[in-house]
Write a protein that binds this ligand. Structure first.
Ligand SMILES: *Cc1c(COP(=O)(O)O)cnc(C)c1O
Length: 390
């Protein structure tokens, strides 16, 4: 499997024997659904980010984004600002609640939400904004606070790429946004297989999300076995969802959390190797984090020079045994969202233009030095042969 000459996939989870043992122990304990490991994972996760934070685990970031908007009372007729440069989950959860995602163009450098363009798309019905920390480069918490309070909007951060990350002032998740949501999907910076986490300073949001993640029941299974009320008692207070994380997943998350900074440092090393190797090429390289800020380096996205066709580049690199990907196909170019918002490509000029030339290179923490070199060689040879060389 780990044959050095085998095809290098775009992404692989960095999991080992410690994760396998933790999951096996969780299964042996008998808590195969939500139990004590979930509680422990939530308290360790919030402690990692700072004081005064509530963490509510869920079975995906999509579920977490949905519950965050639900807890804020977002509903039919409301509008929510969403960058077009994201995964469809960010926008789809707005529709789950009958509200309207209003797509926003991105900054040409960072590919993060352009708050000037967001201002231009405000209406009387705008209730919230959902910034995405694309690739793991934090959107400024100062600008988000300012934009939210100036316009009376709730801020729900899609931090699926941003664990751990910081804008230099605050870790992502430790600011004053209504909620910040992380993903523990297989390819993200830490994984529980499937999973996610909501982090908030507002106890009423945490309480509502805890109830709604488990059928609208007022307390979870763990608490039920530890109160004075009879163990069979529970109250249904709302028609909730089935979004709870399991103990085996949380046990894996605890090991990954303990390794998160070490895994981030490895990705930072890989990013530095790419940046140094490609600094004299015609590739446009990712914007680095500001001094004092922390980039999670979930993705390393290069932009091809004019005259190099992306499909030809991706094909050449794949021929050399290296997998790549594209993040993202902007939502306004996806059939559903294009028709839903009646969008034309020119409504989002930056995203439309940049989309045609982005390629994501492999950057996962279990990559070996040889594999990093293979990526560099494959990219260099593609540029040389396709015309974008030095
Ligand atoms: C992966 C991802 C999500 C969804 O995460 P899940 O845990 O799979 O639900 C949401 N937003 C962005 C930007 C993502 O990359």
């Amino acid at each position: 499997m780990s044959n050095e000459s085998a095809f290098l996939p775009f992404a692989l989870p960095d999991v080992g024997e410690a994760e396998i043992e933790a999951v096996a122990d969780a299964i042996r304990s008998g808590w195969v659904s939500t139990g004590p490991k979930v509680k422990e994972f939530e308290s360790e996760f919030s402690a990692f980010l700072g004081d005064g934070l509530h963490a509510v685990s869920v079975n995906s970031a999509t579920a977490g984004l949905h519950l965050s908007l639900e807890a804020l009372g977002i509903g039919p007729g409301d509008e929510v600002l969403v960058p077009t440069w994201t995964f469809t989950a960010t926008a789809e959860v707005v529709r789950y609640l009958g509200a309207i995602p209003v797509l926003v163009d991105v900054d040409p450098g960072t590919l993060n939400i352009d708050l000037n363009d967001a201002s231009a798309r405000l209406t009387k019905r705008t209730r919230a904004v959902m910034p995405v920390h694309f690739a793991g480069l934090a959107v400024s918490s100062t600008e988000l606070e300012w934009f939210g309070s100036l316009n009376g909007l709730e801020v729900v951060e899609d931090a699926a790429h941003a664990f751990p990350a910081s804008d230099g002032r605050l870790p992502v998740g430790a600011g004053t946004s209504a909620a910040t949501v992380y993903s523990f999907y297989a390819t993200k910076t830490m994984t529980t297989g499937e999973g996610g986490m909501i982090v908030t300073r507002r106890p009423e949001i945490a309480d509502r999300a805890r109830v709604m993640r488990l059928h609208g029941i007022d307390r979870d299974a763990f608490a039920r076995y530890r109160t004075n009320k009879p163990s069979w008692h529970y109250d249904v207070v709302a028609p909730g969802y089935k979004y709870n994380l399991t103990d085996p997943a949380a046990a894996m998350g605890l090991v990954q959390l303990a390794r998160a900074e070490q895994m981030r440092l490895r990705r930072q090393e890989i990013a530095a190797a790419y940046t140094s190797a490609f600094s004299t090429s015609l590739l446009q390289l990712p914007v680095p984090a500001a001094p004092g800020a922390v980039h999670s380096w979930h993705l390393y996205v290069v932009r091809l020079p004019e005259g190099i066709d992306r499909d030809a580049f991706v094909g050449w690199v794949a021929e050399a045994g290296v997998g790549t990907s594209v993040h993202f196909i902007p939502l306004h170019l996806q059939p559903f969202w294009r028709d839903f918002g009646d969008h034309e490509p020119q409504d989002f000029p930056v995203a439309t233009r940049e989309f045609s030339r982005v390629v994501s290179l492999p950057i996962f923490s279990s990559m070996t030095t040889d594999q990093v070199s293979r990526v560099i060689e494959a990219v260099t040879s593609a540029l040389r042969h396709l015309g974008g060389g030095e």
